[in-house]
Design a binder for this molecule. Structure first.
Ligand SMILES: *Cc1c(COP(=O)(O)O)cnc(C)c1O
Length: 396
């Protein structure tokens, strides 16, 4: 067999250089551990960027996929299929939304949400110059629409012009939102907990103020739950912690636990007055394999009481991280909700993450100075303790 080094060289010769990858070839997973092709074991606190909620190699999930593969993988959205119908019913139940559109990724879900909001406003007044307010430091994906609402110049600049009429405000600064509202505003879009931008949770006050503003002006509130949703913050969707409800929301990442699926969902009010026959589509979205993945994931969430588990283990993780904040002067803050946490350093964290990888711990950053913790939702206290032990040894 070729060596890991050879594979990495082959990768660098064949793949487009859009990632600075860590120098490992991951080959298999088991529970909360990943193994590289040389058999080295890694404790995984990244979960494929908040994707693999159930841990690797879950037999029930894997069997459900295998069974669906043997039946039929793809049919097309010209026809109905049972897995997608079941998945949509389940998603409605856990989210309280009324209608679901299945996509293949997070970015594609954002695209759909933007289109739904623009169409809703268009049907009201016939104008074609509506504006969307998004947040600084946000991240919504790499396609042109999603990039246009991503509040980070670094990702956008080389690809200008973006889609037009996007204005930026600051998360948790309601006045900054008010300052951007005009009679053309059709939507206010943000992550309930900002992920890539550095793990900033929206405050309850901000959520309620935006919600009230949206109701008063018939503006649509769109919440991006692609990273913070699916149980990670102790509810199926993080906004459910706040006693409000968005008009449109997006989901992806852990929704399929590794099978590439996403969704945007909306209330009946929006559904009845926005996208209609011929307005939107996708070839793969909601195909039988994707549907089977979502069904298996949601069934396992319920059977294994994942949400309850996250609430317990999330507090444990937060406490253990707080100990590090107390202990080290160069760690300034912990931020986050349950199993979506950030540890803020007064210096770049790249070296620490590199050292951790050498010692068999997978971590990722969220911005240069922040280590992000988005482990599989099935982690246990002993996994948290082990992570803290390895991380501490990298801080000396
Ligand atoms: C990852 C992410 C996206 C983009 O999802 P992709 O599946 O990579 O397109 C959008 N919004 C948030 C909050 C994300 O974390």
């Amino acid at each position: 067999m070729e060596s890991m080094k050879n594979y990495i060289e082959d990768a660098e010769a064949a793949l487009l250089h859009t990632y600075n990858r860590f120098q490992v070839v991951l080959d298999k997973g088991e529970g909360v551990y990943l193994y590289d092709m040389e058999g080295k074991k890694y404790l995984d606190f990244c979960a494929g960027i908040a994707v693999f909620a159930l841990g690797y190699g879950n037999k029930i999930y894997n069997d459900a996929l295998k069974e669906q593969i043997d039946k039929v993988i793809h049919t097309s959205n010209y026809y109905y299929n049972i897995p997608a119908i079941e998945a949509a019913k389940k998603l409605k139940k856990i989210s309280g939304m009324d209608r679901v559109f299945f996509t293949n990724s997070g970015a594609e879900s954002i695209e759909g949400a933007i289109k739904a909001a623009r169409k809703y406003a268009y049907l009201k007044d016939g104008r074609t110059d509506h504006e969307i307010i998004a947040m600084e430091h946000s991240f919504h994906g790499r396609t042109m629409g999603a990039l246009s609402v991503t509040g980070n110049k670094k990702y956008r600049e080389a690809f200008e012009p973006m889609i037009g009429n996007i204005r930026f405000a600051t998360l948790n600064d309601f006045q900054s939102v008010l300052d951007q509202v005009t009679d053309k505003t059709c939507a206010i879009l943000f992550e309930t907990v900002q992920g890539e931008g550095g793990i900033y949770p929206a405050t309850e006050e901000f959520m309620k103020q935006v919600k009230a503003l949206c109701e008063e002006r018939d503006i649509l509130m769109i919440l991006d739950e692609i990273q913070c949703g699916m149980g990670r913050c102790g509810e199926y969707y993080a906004w459910q912690r706040y006693g409000i409800k968005p008009d449109i929301m997006t989901s992806a990442k852990a929704l399929g636990c590794g099978v590439p699926v996403g969704a945007f969902m909306m209330t009946e009010k929006v559904a009845a007055h926005s996208l209609t026959s011929g307005d939107h589509g996708t070839t793969y979205g909601g195909n039988p394999l994707a549907g089977a993945a979502i069904n298996a994931v949601l069934d396992l969430f319920e059977e294994n009481h994942i949400i309850e588990h996250v609430n317990q283990i999330g507090d444990y993780l937060a406490n253990r991280l707080d100990e590090l904040v107390d202990k080290y002067d160069f760690i300034t803050e912990r931020r986050g909700v349950k199993l979506m946490q950030g540890l803020v350093f007064d210096r770049p964290v790249g070296d620490i993450i590199g050292k951790a990888l050498e010692k068999g711990l997978i971590l990722i950053n969220a911005g240069p100075n922040i280590i992000r913790f988005v482990p599989p939702l099935v982690i246990e206290e002993e996994n948290v303790d082990k992570m803290i032990e390895i991380l501490t040894s990298c801080l000396q």
